[in-house]
Design a protein around this ligand. Structure first.
Ligand code: OGA
Ligand code: MN
Length: 286
């Protein structure tokens, strides 16, 4: 069956029609999907999939090695029992215990940029979705770079920034790390503000309000002013696709050239339950 690929916004995102990821995905089909993903600036939507945890894991592994809860108790309690690679994102509770991480990423961020090798890709599969609300916004960080003036591009290229998990601060998950001897303050990495994506060869503005804490070599006020501008610029409505979830959607994003924001507006409407796999980064950003 041949694939149909349609853009979902003028810049970022494509929907793939005609793929059944519950079947083994051969090299040829995987190459087509991967190329569609790169061409869509790192965001793919594949609807109407029926994926068991095993099927999601085996498809996700084709992108690279997966992150796993390992023996980290904070992560473990959110993973699907028996599946340390499946992180559950949900507001639901069973017998008072969370069935997943509530309010995951309810601010602009790219997953794990506080790590030395930021996550390549995240694959989020919608299982229970409220009738309305609970959308996820995705911003195009290639466009963010390309729409800066040459003068501003010249100013920011060559700068580096500290990314810190603690920067996201407010949410329960980030706070949880602090109490467990797993010091959130230690989770930091330094990356260039402008990176060249290894697959596309294109430059991206690698900043996100959630984790990018400080530009190296600038004073606090200088850094705050420049980052504040770059955060606003990189999430302008023109650069954003807003995904309205349906049950059985698989959304795949690239954490090196997109940022995302989960909108926590749905709780009076209904419950939300999704399975996420994360592909580990394998190189420094440069
Ligand atoms: C994530 C995340 C977005 C959402 O799982 O990394 O940010 O809409 N989730 O749940
Ligand atoms: Mn996220």
């Amino acid at each position: 069956m041949s694939l149909v690929i349609q853009s979902v916004s003028p810049h970022i995102g494509a929907e793939v029609i005609g793929a059944d990821l519950a079947q083994p995905v051969g090299d040829n089909l995987f190459r087509q999907l991967h190329q569609a993903w790169v061409d869509a600036d790192g965001l793919l939507v594949i609807r109407d999939q029926r994926l068991t945890p095993e099927q999601q894991i085996s498809f996700s592994r084709q992108f690279g090695e997966l992150a796993s809860a390992g023996d980290n108790p904070v992560i473990q309690k959110y993973t699907l029992p028996g599946y340390p690679e499946i992180f559950r994102v949900s507001n639901k509770k069973q017998d008072g215990e969370p069935l997943g991480r509530e309010d995951a990423g309810t601010y602009w961020h790219s997953d794990g940029t506080w790590q030395t090798f930021p996550s390549k890709a995240s694959l989020l599969y919608g299982i229970e979705i409220p009738r309305v609300g609970g959308n996820t916004m995705f911003a195009d960080l290639y466009q963010a770079w390309e729409t800066l003036t040459p003068t501003m591009q010249h100013m920011v290229e060559g700068l580096k920034a500290v990314h810190a998990m603690a920067n996201a601060g407010g949410t329960s998950f980030e706070r949880e790390f602090t109490g467990k001897g797993d010091v959130v303050a230690a989770k930091t990495a330094i990356h260039p503000l402008v990176i060249t994506h290894p697959d596309s060869g294109r430059k991206a503005l690698f900043v996100n309000r959630g984790y990018t804490a400080r530009i190296v070599g600038l004073s606090r006020p200088e850094s705050d002013a420049l980052l504040g501008f770059l955060f606003d610029h990189s999430t302008a409505p023109e650069l954003v696709y807003r995904h309205t979830w349906r049950s059985r959607d698989l959304v795949i994003w690239d954490n090196r050239c997109t940022a995302h924001y989960a909108i926590p507006d749905y709780k009076a409407i209904g419950d939300r339950y999704l399975h996420r796999t994360s592909v580990k980064g394998d190189r420094p950003m440069q």
